[in-house]
Design a protein around this ligand. Structure first.
Ligand SMILES: Cc1ncc(COP(=O)(O)O)c(C=O)c1O
Length: 308
C-alpha cells in the first residue's frame, strides 16, 4: 500500500455533506485520495473497487488521459463562454454528437449544469411547450413513487422518495404520482424485465379521469429507477405508459441521468427498452462526471424565448 500525501482538513465542520450522516462521518471520516481505472485509493494507499462507478457516472473509468487532456486544453484556450446571444462552435458540435447517440427524433439539445437542473429544465420545457400550443391548462406534472430526479424544486416535487421531500414544505403545486413498480412478492428471482406490473401504468388513466387530461403536462419517470434499489420496469410497462401519454396528449419524459451512455448495454434506456419518450434528460456519463454537465434532448419545437 503506497501512502498518498493528502492533507487532512482541519475544519471538517466547514463542509456540510449531502445525503450523508454528517455527525457519523465527521467522527469517523472516510476520505478518498485519488482514482484510476476502476479503483479509488485512500490516503493510506488502500485500493477500493469502485463498484458503483463513482455514483453511476464515471462510465469510462477513472483518470482517462483523453478526458484529462481535453479539459486541460479547453481551459487554456477559453475557460468560459457566455451562452446568452453568444456561441462557441464546440457546444454545437457536442449537441450534434449527443443527437447521434439518442433515438431518432430527439434531435435538439439544451445543455445544463447537472442532472437536477436537467430534470427541472425538462419539466419547464413541457410546460412551455403546451403553453406555446395554446394549451395553458396543462400544468399538472406526474412523477412516480420511489423516483429520484435530483435536488431542484421540480425534480424533488415529481420525485417520490419521502425522506428527500418532507423537509421542504409543499414543493410544487399540481403534482401527482404513479405507484412504483417494485413488487417483490410477485417478481422475486426473475431475470431482466419482471413479468408482473405492466398494469400499474394504467393508474395514469385514473389520474386522467380524476384531473382531466387537459390539465396534465407531462409524466416523468426513470426508465430503470436507481435510487431505492435498481428497479427494472415490468415487461410492457413503459409501452403502456407511452400509449396512454400519446392518447391524451401528455408528454413522456425519461430521466436518463443514470441509464445513459452505455449503462444498460445501449446508448440510452429508451433504445434498450424499445420505448421512446418525448423528452429525455441526461448528465453524469455525458462527461464521465469530469465536468458538471447535463442535457435535455427533445424533438419538440418551441420558441427559443419560451424555454428560458
Ligand atoms: C435519475 C437521476 N436523476 C437526476 C439526478 C440528479 O443528478 P445530479 O446529481 O447531476 O444533479 C440523479 C443523481 O443521482 C439521478 O440518479
Amino acid at each position: 500500500m503506497n501512502e498518498i500525501n493528502v492533507p487532512r482538513p482541519n475544519n471538517l465542520d466547514a463542509f456540510w455533506m449531502p445525503y450523508s450522516d454528517n455527525k457519523y462521518f465527521k467522527d469517523r471520516p472516510r476520505m478518498l485520495a485519488r482514482a484510476e481505472g476502476m479503483h479509488y485509493y485512500t490516503p493510506e494507499g488502500r485500493e477500493i473497487l469502485d463498484g458503483t462507478s463513482g455514483l453511476w457516472c464515471c462510465n469510462a473509468g477513472h483518470g482517462r488521459r483523453e478526458i484529462v487532456e481535453a479539459i486541460q486544453k479547453q481551459a487554456a484556450i477559453m475557460d468560459f463562454a457566455p451562452a446568452f446571444q453568444l456561441g462557441h462552435p464546440i457546444a454545437f458540435e457536442a449537441a450534434a454528437r449527443v443527437a447521434d447517440m439518442t433515438p431518432e427524433g430527439l434531435d435538439r439539445v439544451f445543455f445544463t449544469n447537472s442532472g437536477s437542473e436537467a430534470a427541472d429544465t425538462a419539466l419547464k420545457i413541457a410546460l412551455a411547450y403546451h403553453k406555446a400550443r395554446g394549451e395553458s391548462s396543462r400544468v399538472r406534472l406526474i412523477g412516480r413513487e420511489r423516483g429520484y430526479h435530483g435536488v431542484g424544486f421540480g425534480g424533488m416535487s415529481v420525485g417520490g422518495i419521502g425522506p428527500n421531500r418532507k423537509q421542504f414544505g409543499a414543493l410544487l403545486p399540481y403534482v401527482d404520482h404513479l405507484p412504483h413498480t417494485h413488487l417483490p412478492a410477485k417478481n422475486s428471482y426473475c431475470r431482466g424485465e419482471p413479468p408482473h406490473g405492466a398494469e400499474l401504468a394504467d393508474v395514469l388513466e385514473n389520474l386522467v379521469a380524476l384531473h382531466g387530461a387537459e390539465t396534465i403536462a407531462a409524466v416523468m419517470v426513470e426508465p430503470v429507477a436507481g435510487s431505492t434499489g435498481v428497479l427494472v420496469p415490468p415487461v410492457g410497462y413503459l409501452k403502456r405508459l407511452r400509449d396512454i401519454c400519446t392518447k391524451h396528449g401528455i408528454l413522456l419524459i425519461y430521466d436518463e441521468v443514470i441509464t445513459g451512455f452505455g449503462r444498460l448495454g445501449a446508448n440510452f434506456g429508451a433504445e434498450r427498452l424499445g420505448v421512446v419518450p418525448d423528452i429525455m434528460t441526461m448528465a453524469k456519463g455525458l462527461t464521465n462526471a469530469a465536468v458538471p454537465m447535463g442535457a435535455v434532448r427533445t424533438g419538440l419545437r418551441c420558441s427559443a424565448g419560451a424555454w428560458r
